[in-house]
Design a protein around this ligand. Structure first.
Ligand code: 6PG
Length: 471
């Protein structure tokens, strides 16, 4: 008897996704270069699951029904190419290889073309939700060949998270659209995490809240309109005790942030195709800056700050920080979604924005109740270029903007670093300004470099021979 699916890469993510597939009644074979992992796979399977660990790639391939449907869950980059090199000679016409890792979209385009020349399908598929999500229901972002997608669709719908009985998976567009959407998901993830960390800092150092109080605040936030996965886990983090000391674990964690690259790719992409996503950019660069720990210690001594002026009304302050976080988060989604709109044109992905926000409502790291409102917005107008232009969204924005301004002002005047909050506000103010002062930049460019400018009162391209002022 042949197996419906195959999984290569039996690390935690691969194994959990495999069990999830098996739980839903599909039979699946697994392969990993590490024999231990193959053994662990068998050991962890329940008797109802039709699961088989295979010792060689040959056994693996011949265990699968055709057309073969093989999911890769291996680290992005060289490991994916290495697997493809070994496996493609063993495959036959029409077989489908699905890369479920965080692969760079341009790598996927290259692999799609390479496998197509061998009559094989290659698809990039974003999977979000971490280890737990993979096991119990992630958000799944597949893209590429539509016919190949249709063969996978029933399985993907079965294993993904559900919101209102609707599966958190949908076709994300042509070529590497699946990887692209996942990349932008991660960019937004970086921005939201940055913003939450700033809100935490403001509450901790501005309002002197301890971890128990922070837990209470995040709990309340999560029970209301700010309900989201990232707020929820932040709430829990404040409750976690440290096993090595008596205090909270969060207070013992070194303030240097790691990154694996998807956030950086998002920013690079935005620069490459000309989309403004400053809050995501700043989230990437803040992680970089956080790593200068020793220099920051030195500089903090050289530039000692005044004591933070505790706000008079703490309750009000907490509420404003919450509203600021909510709006800055909304603005971060707006930037990421605007990048998807542009990328869809630029690369002819044909990304259905409405489906993107729909499947982000559950399973993924950036899931939040806010996405329901975006889903409504795109349901009204699927061509919306920026979520901030939607009438209903504008009502929310207008309701919260003063809190964002007050929070940004508090942070700035007290020397509390708040790069994410400031850029979210700065983006909003620039985006909503009819006349920006870049007329002056155009004048300067033309002055020193004859780069020309356009006029507001007539068509054409102009150049002036600018005069040096005489006095
Ligand atoms: C997800 C996460 C996942 C992973 C990130 C972390 O959607 O499940 O985004 O893909 O946790 O790659 O990224 P960094 O290590 O760069 O923070």
């Amino acid at each position: 008897e042949r197996y419906n699916y195959g999984m290569i890469g039996l690390g935690v993510m691969g194994r959990n996704l495999l069990y999830n597939i098996a739980d839903n009644g599909f039979s699946i074979a697994g392969f990993d270069l590490d024999e231990e992992k193959v053994k662990e796979l068998q050991d962890g399977a329940t008797s109802e699951m039709k699961v088989k660990g295979t010792a060689t790639l040959e056994d693996f391939v011949s265990a699968l029904e055709t057309p073969r449907k093989i999911i890769l869950m291996v680290p992005a980059g060289k490991p994916v190419d290495a697997v493809l090199e070994n496996i493609t000679p063993l495959l036959s016409k029409g077989d489908i290889v699905i890369d479920a890792g965080n692969s760079y979209f341009k790598d996927t385009n290259r692999r799609v073309a390479d496998l197509a020349s061998k009559n094989l399908h290659f698809m990039g598929m974003g999977v979000s939700g971490g280890e737990k999500g993979a096991r119990t229901g992630p958000s799944i972002m597949p893209g590429g060949d539509l016919e190949a997608f249709h063969l996978l669709q029933p399985m993907l719908e079965a294993i993904s998270a559900k919101v209102d009985n609707e599966a958190c998976t949908a076709y994300m567009g042509k070529d590497s659209a699946g990887n692209y959407v996942k990349m932008v998901h991660n960019g937004i993830e970086y921005a939201i995490m940055q913003l939450i960390s700033e809100a935490y800092d403001l509450l901790k150092r501005g309002a002197n809240l301890n971890n128990d109080q922070l837990y209470q605040v995040f709990k309340e936030w999560n029970n209301g309109e700010m309900n989201s996965f990232l707020i929820e886990i932040t709430r829990d983090i404040f409750q976690q005790k440290d096993s090595l000391t008596d205090g909270s674990l969060v207070d013992q964690i070194l303030d240097k942030a790691g990154a694996k690259g998807t956030g950086k790719w998002t920013s690079e992409q935005a620069m490459e195709i000309g989309v403004s996503i400053p809050t995501i950019d700043i989230a990437v660069t803040s992680r970089i800056l956080s790593a200068y720990k020793e220099e920051r210690v030195q500089a903090s001594q050289l530039y000692a700050k005044n004591e933070i002026k505790t706000p008079e009304n703490i309750e009000l302050f907490i509420q404003e920080v919450g509203d600021a976080l909510y709006l800055a988060t909304l603005i971060s989604y707006a930037q990421g979604l605007a990048l998807l709109v542009k990328a869809s044109e630029e690369y002819q992905f044909e990304i259905p924005l409405k489906d993107v926000v729909k499947i982000w409502r559950g399973g993924c790291i950036i899931r939040s109740v806010l996405l329901e409102k975006f889903y409504t917005a795109y349901s009204k107008d699927s061509n919306l270029s920026n979520i901030l232009l939607d009438q209903d969204i504008s009502v929310i924005v207008k309701d919260k903007i003063n809190s964002l301004r007050k929070t940004a002002a508090f942070a700035a005047s007290n020397g509390v670093s708040s790069l994410g909050i400031q850029t979210a506000l700065g983006y909003f103010d620039a985006y909503t300004t009819e006349s920006l002062p870049v007329n002056l930049i155009q004048a300067q460019r033309d002055y020193f470099g004859a780069h020309t400018y356009q006029r507001i009162d007539r068509e054409g391209v102009f150049h002036t021979s600018w005069q040096t002022a005489t006095h």
